[in-house]
Write a new protein. Structure first.
Lengths: 162, 633
């Protein structure tokens, strides 16, 4: 009887794991950008190198998102010079450290700010990554908002934040 | 693997470098004399390797090289990707341990695989440079890193063909057009990696020839574009200074069929032409007048039947034009050569297609004359003044007044569905808190002679008067040019170790004003900006479920009174709407970066209308304060 219970528990655990583990990351991933209406998201696909570990892929995806879609694509883009300094993935949360250039030379206004971070969060929270929330750092520090900004960046952002 | 390293290089001839490049193995012990943009490029940690040059991402020389090109590099040891983003936003990706790399998704192979070395990565430099459109060219005993035209994209769009040239560095361009169909562009300081000749199939461009001259240090590339018979060309701004786009399209005067003798008279008795048929919702030029208004000014007045969006361009060769979208001419075009020194010619033409007609007003100027665009409720006036322009802008957008004809953009993303929340008019506090955004050192956004903190305070004061007249007790989070902060908040948040405690304390203080007062409503007033001029309109941001109905009420009331484009209500994680406990909305009244919106924001009457619209929305949402709530205050 004990063995049977153990067997049932093991099968149940295996079933739960298979059902909840992220789908494997393929050869390409979607990277989102926000169209010039400031609200509509659109994806483009980029191909991955051999590294498929979550941290490498999240770093890759975040950097591609900050770079923006191919030239000529109308998009709300992060300010020039913006870089991803570090990405750390722990559980279902990714912490993305961005260079201070994301604030631009002067306050950007809520339009660009919301559009940029919406694209970043949607890029990193695609199901295959197993990431559901994104914590933002700027030059290594936690911030309440960008300077003169509106979007609260202290708490992790999710797709529901937008 | 054979590798040699000299740290730092002192002297290494280009011959040795080229030997190393051709030999396929290392062994070069001398320093390569690399020249880039007139100066020597010196690497601190570099090694010849497999015919390449291995350079560390931590090398100051590499950083300087990337900085000159406007490129950025992202790498961290935990990640196995090194990503370089070019100024024109192409990505070059090296994978640690993989000799292949990608340039905007196209896979290429380098001489060796990128690898980590301590906290840095080591990359094949010449492969990276080539991806950034920079080629190593022997020049005697030296090697010149020559910026080049790296891409020439040809894209057909209906009857038009777009030709885009991308280069490593900002383009210094000379244009020469011996006819409308033929354009020659000379790029000084840029070599070329482009094919010498190209014949695009179909489209408005028949042939593209590329010729390279000059010296390795100062190369010159000439691109000659031959359009199909009956086409004309125009140059438009590219994505950045290192990009240029040329559009070839059918000439409007040839594309139009001659008027039919049997055609019925057009409305208003105008002479019929082959203009596209009038379409409901489309704007029409009902009158056109070109007059010299003074010794120094010439004006072109277009009277329109409905609102129209417009876009203008100032070309480098002193031509200037404005396109009115979705607009038709009722009469023939005009071609005038006024006796006005600043303007050689004025042309007004029907352009575009029958589905998307546009009207173009084009000036050939004698220099960089000042041009003012004055949209109003019934049309548009363009005034050319015989004064040298100091306006660096070469492109702009705007909109005339009148009934809108273009619907606002439709977002594909569904908004989250908040739980239903019902506000009960007449209940609760009679206090409303208005938050004029920014203030003090935090100026907010500033463009077109407008400063956000000043605008927000102006509208807030007007709104205060209107709401007070409705019977509300009104508090402002600031009533002067300060960024309000409570010392208690500052001290508390610093003591709690809150991130960026100061910024947080400032925003929380604004929320505390409303929360402590038990306010009925919270209205935060802002002015928006965007990285491009076309974004415009009014947006109503909300976060909590109880905010949505208030945002919708304000949207319904503000848009008709203010006359701005309705950008809708949007759910965003904005601090002040999130941390207030009552229905709260952050209103971005208009874009200071959009010429038409900026024009409105300069007008006190618009600021008053905006305040009136908000006051109307408050009344629609919350009614007026009840006698009971007043007596309870």
């Amino acid at each position: 009887m004990g063995l049977l219970v153990l067997f049932v528990v093991a099968v149940g655990a295996a079933w739960w794991y298979i059902g909840h583990r992220p789908a494997p990351i393929g050869d390409t991933i979607a990277v989102y950008y926000t169209k010039t209406d400031g609200a509509t998201l659109a994806p483009w696909r980029v191909s991955l190198g051999p590294a498929r570990d979550r941290t490498s892929v999240a770093f890759y995806a975040a950097t591609q998102c900050i770079a923006g879609p191919p030239p000529g694509t109308p998009a709300v883009r992060f300010p020039a010079g913006s870089r991803v300094l570090h990405v750390d993935v722990a559980g279902s949360n990714a912490t993305v450290d961005l260079s201070h250039d994301v604030a631009g030379n002067s306050p950007q206004g809520s339009f660009a700010e919301a559009a940029e971070f919406k694209a970043l969060v949607w890029t990193l929270t695609q199901p295959a990554f197993g990431i559901t929330s994104v914590s933002v750092r700027v030059d290594g520090s936690r911030v309440a908002t960008l300077p003169g900004g509106h979007l609260e960046l202290d708490d992790p952002l999710t797709r529901a934040s937008f | 693997m054979t590798r040699s390293r000299v740290r730092p290089f002192k002297r290494l001839g280009a011959v040795a470098l080229l030997l190393a490049l051709l030999g396929g193995t290392a062994g070069a012990q001398q320093q390569p004399l690399l020249w880039f943009q007139g100066t020597r490029l010196i690497f601190e940690h570099a090694a010849a390797e497999h015919g390449e040059l291995a350079v560390s991402t931590g090398d100051g020389g590499l950083r300087r090289f990337l900085d000159r090109l406007g490129a950025t590099l992202a790498f961290e040891p935990q990640s196995r990707y090194v990503i370089v983003t070019s100024q024109d936003r192409r990505t070059i990706v090296f994978s640690i341990g993989d000799p292949s790399y990608t340039v905007d998704g196209v896979r290429l192979r380098a001489a060796f695989a990128a690898r980590t070395e301590g906290p840095d990565a080591v990359l094949p430099f010449f492969a990276l440079a080539r991806a950034l459109y920079v080629e190593a060219v022997p020049a005697g005993a030296e090697t010149v890193l020559q910026p080049r035209l790296g891409a020439l994209d040809v894209r057909a769009d209906g009857t038009r063909t777009f030709v885009t040239v991308r280069a490593a560095m900002p383009l210094l361009t000379t244009t020469n057009a011996d006819s409308a169909e033929r354009l020659q562009l000379t790029f000084t300081g840029q070599g070329s990696s482009l094919a010498a000749a190209r014949r695009p199939a179909g489209g408005a461009v028949e042939e593209i020839d590329v010729a390279v001259g000059g010296t390795p240090r100062v190369p010159t590339t000439t691109v000659t574009l031959a359009g199909a018979p009956g086409t004309t060309h125009r140059i438009v701004a590219g994505d950045g200074p290192d990009t240029i786009t040329i559009i070839f399209e059918p000439r409007a005067d040839l594309a139009q069929a001659p008027p039919s003798p049997s055609a019925p008279p057009a409305e208003g008795g105008a002479v019929p032409t082959a203009t596209p048929p009038l379409v409901a919702g489309r704007s029409t030029v009902t009158d056109l007048a070109i007059t010299q208004t003074s010794d120094d000014a010439l004006s072109v007045r277009l009277t329109l039947s409905a609102a129209a969006a417009f876009e203008w361009h100032r070309l480098l060769d002193h031509r200037w034009y404005l396109d009115l979208a979705n607009t038709t001419l009722t009469g023939p075009g005009r071609d005038e050569h006024p006796s006005f020194g600043a303007v050689a010619s004025v042309r007004v033409r029907q352009t575009g297609t029958s589905d998307a007609p546009s009207v173009r007003v084009a000036f050939t100027l004698s220099g960089e004359q000042q041009i003012a665009i004055e949209p109003d409720a019934t049309g548009l006036t363009i005034v050319v003044t015989n004064v040298a322009s100091v306006d660096p802008e070469r492109i702009g957008y705007g909109r005339t007044g009148g009934p809108p004809v273009v619907p606002s953009a439709v977002a594909e993303e569904p908004s989250p569905s908040p739980a239903p929340w019902k506000f009960e008019p007449g209940s609760g506090s009679s206090t409303i808190v208005i938050d004029p955004g920014h203030g003090g050192d935090d100026t907010g956004t500033a463009h077109n002679g407008l400063v956000e903190k000043t605008l927000t305070l102006d509208i807030a004061r007007r709104l205060r008067a209107l709401l007070a007249a409705q019977g509300w007790t009104v508090r402002l989070t600031r009533d002067s040019d300060i960024d309000p902060v409570s010392n208690q908040n500052l001290a508390q948040m610093r003591a709690d170790g809150k991130p960026n405690a100061d910024d947080r304390a400032y925003l929380q203080t604004r929320c505390d004003v409303a929360n402590a007062a038990g306010a009925r409503l919270f209205i935060s007033i802002h002015a928006n900006s965007a990285p491009f001029a076309s974004a415009r309109g009014t947006t109503f941001y909300w976060f909590k479920p109880q905010d949505l109905a208030f945002a919708q009420a304000l949207e319904r009331s503000v848009i008709p009174v203010a006359g701005t484009q309705d950008d809708g209500t949007r759910h965003e994680n904005f601090y002040v709407v999130r941390h207030t406990t009552m229905p709260a909305v952050l209103i971005e009244t208009a874009f200071v970066t959009n010429p038409a919106d900026a024009e409105l924001l300069h007008q006190p009457s618009f600021l008053q209308n905006m305040a009136q619209g908000i006051a109307n929305g408050v009344r629609a949402f919350a009614g007026t304060p009840s006698a009971s709530s007043l007596s309870a205050q």
